[in-house]
Design a protein around this ligand. Structure first.
Ligand SMILES: Cc1cc2nc3c(=O)[nH]c(=O)nc-3n(C[C@H](O)[C@H](O)[C@H](O)COP(=O)(O)OP(=O)(O)OC[C@H]3O[C@@H](n4cnc5c(N)ncnc54)[C@H](O)[C@@H]3O)c2cc1C
Length: 424
């Protein structure tokens, strides 16, 4: 790398890649982002992302103050509670979430599409859309990225921020493995109206609801209320986001038809209803009222830890290196943490990603393991007989925690520390 400056090529203009680009540009580093989508609103970005203190800290450090302010202003109302329920919507535990002390140490709810538009703000000269990366070549002194349209670009460091199916990772670490977690999920959005609001039980509307049901099934519920209300009022160009309820039903892959990932919206709604015949009628009504165009299936994946590699002119961040299940809700937050740490490494005296890589492999794969333990096909709840006992044990634990204030406080504290609260 050159002594005083480093020209950085970022492959992938997603959550981590754009945070990195902002941070580097603010530090005066020559950075360019190459994104395969043709426009800033292409792709399916409909779901809710929870930004924890790790994520907010990284965004605050990397984004210009006015863009960070835009991010905070375009978040949904923050969740105030975390409610655990059974499939009849009976509450087993409600944990109050901490009242924010500042604009970092809190839990934010953001629409992925809105966050994407925030991250593209003021970056038209940095991002080149329609750039489908194919491969790279590196020498002792530089690295060149090649694209499907025949173009190429040369720099000092190439960062693969190209997500779970990363081509950068495939070339750099052909031994790295992304695996099926055994879990499939169906997600959807229901517009927030008087009717849909009334379908939610008390305790879910102010925050997050998690239904834990027999057969290893689960359903996450998020109420997303934006300062501008219904769709069309977002201050960000091309962002159609408006008030809604976001739901996601998950279960072991064996409980779904083998071809479910090819289903269209109406079939996904029908599939969700077919799998939940004994669930609360209110919840089933919510599924029925879902806008089918917002429904999507996900075959949830995870990754296998890789040993450290000799530092060269190509590095990786986010899902490109440590894809994880949504069990802990930290995939995006870890990508943002990576971006922040990589900015620090590249703007330090060494201008090298070496320290970043060592740290990132540690906390990144720890998050992969914790996420898989929470949401993974080999959890006890997915086993035929023992699964029922495991669910009964889980519910007993949650009910006891609900009744014993000291246990509740400990539970709440664990939620906070696992999401980066009070980290430096
Ligand atoms: C339903 C759901 C809910 C989630 N909820 C949460 C949550 O609450 N909290 C949380 O922390 N995480 C959450 N996640 C995970 C989170 O969305 C990801 O971990 C995060 O987006 C990873 O960021 P990234 O920058 O690594 O990759 P991405 O954001 O996926 O960005 C990768 C980018 O690379 C581009 N790209 C890919 N290939 C190429 C190529 N060949 N050439 C050029 N560009 C390319 C893609 O188009 C994309 O823009 C959730 C995920 C899902 C599916």
């Amino acid at each position: 790398m050159k002594e005083n400056s480093v020209r950085v090529i970022v492959i992938g203009g997603g959550t981590g890649g754009m945070c990195l680009a902002h941070g580097l540009r603010r530090a005066g580093v020559d950075v360019r982002v190459f994104e395969r989508h043709r426009t800033r609103t292409d792709g399916l970005h409909g779901y809710r992302v929870g930004i924890d203190p790790d994520g907010s800290r990284a965004l605050k450090a990397c984004l210009p103050p006015d863009v960070y302010d835009l991010f905070v202003r375009t978040c949904a109302r923050p969740p105030e509670t975390f409610a655990f329920l059974d499939e009849r919507l009976r509450r087993t535990l409600t944990v109050p979430l901490r009242t924010p002390t500042d604009d970092v140490n809190d839990e934010k709810s953001v629409s992925r599409m809105t966050l994407r538009q925030v991250l593209y703000t003021g970056m038209t000269d940095v991002v080149r859309f329609g750039s489908d990366f194919t491969h790279y070549k590196q020498t002792e002194t530089e690295v060149t990225a090649y694209f499907a349209d025949g173009s190429e670009v040369t720099g000092d460091l190439l960062v693969g921020a190209d997500g779970t199916n990363s081509r950068v990772r495939a070339q750099k670490l052909p031994h790295a493995r992304v695996e099926d977690s055994g879990i499939v999920a169906i997600g959807g959005k229901v517009p927030l109206t008087g009717e849909t609001r009334a379908l939610l039980p008390e305790g879910v509307f102010p925050g997050i609801g998690l239904v834990l049901a027999p057969r290893g099934m689960a359903c996450i519920l998020h109420v997303m209320e934006f300062p501008w209300g219904t769709g069309g009022g977002s201050p960000l160009p091309g962002d159609p986001t408006g008030d809604h309820i976001n739901w996601g039903v998950s279960a072991h892959r064996d409980r779904f038809p083998a071809d479910v990932t090819g289903f269209d919206g109406p079939r996904l709604v029908a599939q969700t209803l077919a799998m939940t015949p004994r669930w609360s009628p209110a919840l089933r009504r919510l599924f029925t009222l879902t806008d089918p165009t917002t429904c999507f299936p996900i075959s949830v994946r995870t990754s296998v830890p890789v040993p450290a590699w000799p530092t060269d002119r190509v590095t990786l961040l986010g899902d490109a290196i440590h894809t994880m299940t949504p069990g802990q809700g930290v995939g995006a937050n870890t990508a943002l943490r990576d971006a922040h740490n990589l900015v620090r490494a590249l703007t330090s005296g060494s201008r090298s990603p070496q320290v970043y890589e060592r740290q990132m492999l540690g906390y990144g794969f720890a998050a992969v393991a914790a996420s898989k333990a929470r949401t993974g096909g080999d959890q006890l709840v997915h086993r035929p007989v023992i699964g029922r006992l495991a669910l009964a044990g889980q519910r007993a634990f949650l009910r006891t925690t609900d009744r014993v204030p000291a246990l509740k406080r400990r539970f709440e504290a664990s939620l906070y520390t696992s999401r980066g609260g009070d980290r430096e």
